[in-house]
Write a protein that binds this ligand. Sequence first.
Ligand SMILES: Cc1cc2nc3c(=O)[nH]c(=O)nc-3n(C[C@H](O)[C@H](O)[C@H](O)COP(=O)(O)O)c2cc1C
Length: 338
Amino acid sequence: MSHPLNQTLPDSYTIGRITITPNIILAPMAGVTDSIFRRMVLQIGGCGLVSTEMTNSASVSPKALKRHHLLDYLPEERPLTMQLSGNDPDLVAQAACMVEELGADILDINCGCPSPKVTGGGHGASLLRDLPKMSRVIKAVRAAVTIPITLKFRAGWDEQSLNYLETARVAEDAGVAAIALHPRTREQGYKGSADWSRIAEVKRHVRIPVIGSGDVTTAEAALQRLATTGVDGVMIGRGAMVNPWIFLQIAQLRRGEQPFEPSAIDKLDLLLRYIAMCRAEMPERLALNKLKQLIGQFSVGLPGSAVLRASIQRSATITGAQEHLEAFFAAYVEAELV
Ligand SMILES: Cc1cc2nc3c(=O)[nH]c(=O)nc-3n(C[C@H](O)[C@H](O)[C@H](O)COP(=O)(O)O)c2cc1C
C-alpha cells in the first residue's frame, strides 16, 4: 500500500519542456555538488534533478573553465541545471550562451547566496535589493538562450525587507520557467529554521512551478512538505550530505515500502567509493578537502564521530584519512553486530 501522504501528491513537474521526475531534487551546494557528488547521489536513485555549484558568470570562458572545472559533468547526470551568479545583464547573458553550448538543460540564476564575498560584488542575494536589475538580468538571459531559465532566491535581504512574493512575481513576469525558494533571509544565513509557510505563500502567488528548499532531512518530512504546502518539488541540500540515500528513501516511502536504512558497511562502502572517484578525477590535495567537507556532515549523529571528524581534519594524506575511516567503521560494524 502506498504511503497515506502519497494519495494526492504530485511526483513530477515541468520546466519548459523538461519533465522533472521524481520531483525531489538535489540543491546546488558550492564546494559539494560537483560532478562526483552528483553522480553518487544519482547512482543511489530517487533524485530527479541535479545542479552544478554556483559559478560566477565572469569566470565562464573557455580559458577559465580549464582552470576551475565547476561546469564539468557527464552525460548520465542529465537533465542538468547549471547555476550562474552575476548582476551585469550582458555578462550573465554571455555566460548563459556558453552554458547552453556546454549542454546544460536548464540555466539557474542565483539570487540567494548570502556570502559577503558574493553579495559584495552585487551578486547572489544582493539582487533581492534591486529587483529591476534582477528582471533585466533574467530578460537578457532569456533573449540569449533557448534553454529554460529558473531562479533560486531567499525570502529577502533581512526581516525588515522580506520581498519573496514580489521577487517571485517579478521573476515570473521576466520569463523564468520555475523558481526555488530557500525561505531564510540573507541576514539569517543558516540560522533559525526555514519557514515553509513562505514557500506555500509563493506557490499561491504565481503560476509557474515552485520548489521549496530548506531543512528537509527525512523522507517523511519531504512528503509532509509536498502535502502541506502544495509545492511542485522539494530540494534537499545538507540532508543529502548527511544521508545521500534520502532520495531513495523518499521514493520507497511513497511506494509504501520500508525505506532502506544504510548499515555501517553501506556507509563505509559509499565513502570508499566517493574517495576512489575523487582520487581518479582530481589531485590528492583536493580529494582530501572534498572528503573533509563531506565527512563533516555525513558522520553527524554517528556515535563517537566527533573523534573521527577531528582525526580526518588533521589528516595530511588521503591514505591516512582512509585509515581513520576504516578503523572507525570497523568498530561501528562490530557494535552493530552485537
Ligand atoms: C555548503 C553549502 C553550499 C551552498 N551553495 C549553494 C550554491 O552554490 N547555490 C545555491 O543556490 N545555494 C547554495 N546553498 C544553499 C542550498 O542550495 C540550500 O538552499 C540551503 O542549504 C537550504 O537547504 P538545506 O537545508 O536542504 O541544506 C549552499 C548551501 C550549503 C550548505
